[in-house]
Design a protein. Structure first.
Length: 122
């Protein structure tokens, strides 16, 4: 009986901390201008089972803005195609050397190399 109880607690512990690895399958350009779009292929690989919110943020020296948020329940790999419009109505005044970060619960991880967002015309 004691072994079953310990096994049950261990299983609950592992499930509650199950996570996923997040990566970009797309190489980002080194420079984007306002009005451009960033097209991403986001690869999500759950470890055992993923049952949580995934949030992506655009992190720039001028601030951070949420660009994607979804509650996911996954047991197998998933690829999401995302389009991020670089317009002031969506990203505000963010520009400069930026990167995209993923956040699951309270853990934030950079998933892109730095790239520049410029407000200069093409």
């Amino acid at each position: 009986m004691k072994k079953i109880f310990l096994l049950t607690i261990a299983t609950l512990f592992l499930i509650s901390f199950a996570s996923a690895s997040i990566s970009l399958e797309t190489d980002l350009n080194p420079l984007y201008n306002l009005q451009d779009k960033i097209e991403l292929n986001l690869q999500i690989n759950p470890e055992i089972e993923f049952n949580n919110f995934l949030t992506l943020t655009l992190d720039c020296p001028t601030g951070e803005v949420e660009i994607y948020k979804e509650y996911l329940f996954l047991t197998e790999n998933l690829t999401k195609k995302l389009v991020i419009p670089l317009v002031k109505e969506f990203i505000g005044d963010n520009k400069g050397s930026c990167q995209i970060k993923s956040k699951i619960e309270n853990s934030s991880t950079a998933i892109s190399k730095k790239f520049t967002i410029s407000d200069k015309s093409k």
